[in-house]
Design a protein around this ligand. Structure first.
Ligand code: XBP
Ligand code: MG
Length: 254
């Protein structure tokens, strides 16, 4: 469909930066320790738990599956909320102290979109505090204000793979899905974006590489850099080897 690109909707975790294995997972384990719990989400277990989006929802799933004895706590909802707040504190601290870099091509594309007055938005399951910390520690102190819309966490009740966060973000942008493109890293994220009728580009990571990305316009290793070309994994092949506005417009027209 030949409608000019007006906005790019970025997922966060796994897309802007590889935040799960060495970020969120480490923060969850630090919160468990702070709460005196003997829980430890190792890399493999966390990969399985990642199929449940949302940190609070992930904790509850873990309790239901592995610690059902806790289910009869009368204050379970509040306790999970407090545990997740502690995790978010640890994640933000981790970003501010060790830092997790943007993935290849992300900073370059964001700057190019801004220069060419194409709107940029965030549509993520993660908590808003995490988005702010990631943008401030990887781009600039005022980077959150660069984004026309930041749709994050509990702003919607149904999280990915439900399309709600994409519907919400499109409504705030006052744009139709046909005027936009989504960039995601996971099958949950792809399902959410496709259900909102968005053309969706996938860049994979170690946790999502083997997932089913049927319906994506293309599946790439990352957004690429002139010095670090991307690898095509599925979908169309390109002469260009890094994602820029020209390539995004080409993808939208397919
Ligand atoms: C990935 C998620 C999030 C993070 C953890 O979000 O599912 O839950 O794993 O962050 P994205 P919270 O949509 O950016 O891929 O603990 O704040 O939920
Ligand atoms: Mg993601």
């Amino acid at each position: 469909m030949n409608i000019e690109l007006r906005a790019v909707l970025f997922d966060v975790d796994g897309t802007l930066a590889d935040t799960e294995r060495d970020g969120h997972r480490v923060a969850f384990n630090a919160a468990f320790k702070e709460f005196g719990l003997d829980w430890n989400w190792d890399i493999a277990l966390y990969g399985a738990l990642l199929l449940v989006t949302g940190g609070k929802e992930r904790i509850r799933y873990f309790i239901e599956k592995y610690r059902s004895d806790i289910l009869n706590r009368s204050d379970l909802d509040d306790w999970v909320e407090e545990l997740h707040k502690a995790k978010t504190k640890h994640f933000v601290k981790l970003l501010k102290h060790g830092g997790i870099p943007l993935r290849p091509g992300v900073g370059r594309l964001i700057h190019q979109l801004r220069e060419q007055k194409i709107k940029i938005a965030i549509a993520t399951t993660t908590a808003p505090e995490n988005v702010t910390a990631l943008l401030e520690t990887t781009l600039a102190k005022d980077a959150p204000s660069w984004f026309d819309v930041i749709g994050a966490g509990d702003i919607v009740s149904k999280k990915k793979p439900a399309p709600d966060i994409y519907y919400w973000t499109l409504e705030q942008l006052r744009l139709s899905p046909q005027q936009c493109i989504a960039i995601e890293d996971s099958a949950n994220g792809l399902h959410a974006a496709l259900a909102a009728n968005l053309t969706t580009l996938i860049t994979v990571n170690d946790y999502t590489r083997r997932q089913d990305f049927n319906g994506a316009i293309a599946v790439l290793s990352d957004l690429g850099e002139p010095s670090h070309p991307f690898t095509e994994i599925a979908g169309i092949t390109f002469s260009e080897k890094w994602v820029d506005i020209h390539l995004l417009n080409y993808l939208k027209k397919r």
